[in-house]
Design a protein around this ligand. Structure first.
Ligand SMILES: C[S@@+](CC[C@H](N)C(=O)[O-])C[C@H]1O[C@@H](n2cnc3c(N)ncnc32)[C@H](O)[C@@H]1O
Ligand code: SF4
Length: 383
């Protein structure tokens, strides 16, 4: 984990989805014929980012979305080869793709193109719940996609959504146990979040109950933790569980551990620190595919936001992200990166309440602190 603070990740956002799920607040669009132009723009954007980060190799490449499994295997191979030709990959680099179960018949070709980790948007194994979530696959389709993924690559992760209205603890337990029995190395069970700008957000604003109460969701969180522990996939981050260190997501750990990553594609975020002496650079690409394509063809980096974080902003971000990891963050690393330290009084108060642990200069949430992660981390940064 600590070693990844020196890493360089590359995130590529593919913003298209066959249909837009009613709960989803990611930067997503229905495909409207811009796919080929966007793909070429992404390759050009990679060239420009490489010019700013020369001499470093990639620790990871992550194709996220949206639904990057809608890309063809030929596109994915060109993208991986292009990145390999520019930066090159470190030995054992993670090359991951977020996939919708619908595209299971492409997984073997994706693996042949160089993908070595697939995270599958299963969400649920229950047909009625999948309909409620607006998904276009059913439970049988999800299971078939998981076996196709396991046959194709060594590292398979499963995304699940729980704490839906009407879901009982027994329902969720059965579903989670079924997924864990399939032998995957990584699961990401997310509590359903109602995001204001989504279809669910609008329905909830009209009074419809779509999610469990916060208290019941917290019970389900603890149940999730216990079941995953028992199955040998303990949490290493608030919502991420892995069978072994090798099964953890290298790419996501770069975010949590304060490493650098380049963000390419519409709406992608990036953080680049090591090149600069003057602070960490925050970037966010233009969100709309047409704007992004135009900005790339105009010759620029296609950024909507591009700023240098102050030392205080960087320290807060490192604390908030680092606290998500069960291993927490290293205080000496925070000081080395930002010249700032955590507030000793606030830290002492949180350790006394039992929400935070402080051992050998590592600061982390305790199990009870994890349930209140955002609040506790906010108190530590003073925000
Ligand atoms: C980019 S999607 C994964 C790939 C693919 N688009 C799919 O949905 O199959 C990332 C994951 O975030 C989770 N997610 C998205 N919106 C969510 C929400 N409102 N509440 C909880 N989890 C959510 C889902 O589990 C989803 O699989
Ligand atoms: S959950 Fe996945 S498939 Fe659904 S809209 Fe969001 S990114 Fe697209």
């Amino acid at each position: 984990v600590t070693g990844l603070s020196e890493a360089l990740g590359l995130y590529v956002h593919w913003p298209f989805c066959a249909r837009i799920c009613p709960y989803c607040d990611f930067n997503v669009y229905r495909p409207k014929g811009l796919e080929d132009a966007l793909f070429e723009a992404v390759l050009v954007d990679l060239d420009r980012w490489h010019a700013l980060t020369q001499g470093r190799k990639l620790t990871s490449l992550h194709l996220g979305g949206g639904t990057p499994s809608l890309m063809t295997a030929v596109q994915i191979e060109r993208l991986i080869d292009h990145a390999a030709g520019l930066w090159g990959f470190e030995a054992g680099a993670e090359i991951g793709l977020e996939a919708n179960p619908k595209e299971a018949d492409r997984f073997a070709d994706f693996a042949a193109a160089g993908i070595n980790r697939l995270s599958i948007g299963v969400q649920s194994l229950d047909d009625a719940r999948l309909v409620a979530l607006g998904r276009d696959h059913d439970g049988a389709g999800a299971l078939a996609a998981l076996s196709a993924a396991q046959a194709a690559v060594d590292h398979v992760s499963v995304d699940l959504i729980y704490a839906l209205a009407g879901q009982t603890a027994a329902d969720w337990e059965a579903e989670l146990r079924r997924v864990l029995s399939l032998g995957v190395g990584h699961v990401s069970p997310y509590q359903l979040t109602i995001e204001a700008r989504t279809a669910y957000g609008k329905r909830a604003a009209r009074g419809e109950v779509l999610a469990s109460t916060d208290d019941f969701a917290a019970d389900l969180y603890e149940l999730t933790d216990a079941i995953c522990d028992e199955a040998g996939l303990p949490a290493y981050e608030i919502s991420n569980h892995a069978r072994s260190i090798a099964d953890q997501s290298t790419h996501n750990t770069i975010y949590w551990a304060g490493g650098d990553w380049i963000g390419v594609g519409p709406g992608a975020h990036g953080r680049i620190g090591r090149e600069r002496s003057g602070g960490r650079r925050l970037t966010e690409a233009l969100r709309r595919p047409a704007d992004y394509i135009k900005a790339v063809s105009d010759g620029g980096l296609a950024l909507d936001e591009d700023e240098i974080l102050s030392a205080g902003e960087e320290a807060s971000e490192r604390i908030l992200m680092g606290m998500r990891l069960l291993a927490g963050f290293d205080r000496a690393e925070l000081r080395a990166a930002t010249g700032l330290d955590v507030d000793a009084d606030r830290l002492r108060a949180l350790v006394e309440t039992g929400l935070v642990s402080h051992i050998d200069d590592r600061i982390a949430l305790t199990r009870s602190g994890r349930l209140l992660a955002d609040r506790v981390s906010g108190e530590l940064t003073g925000e």
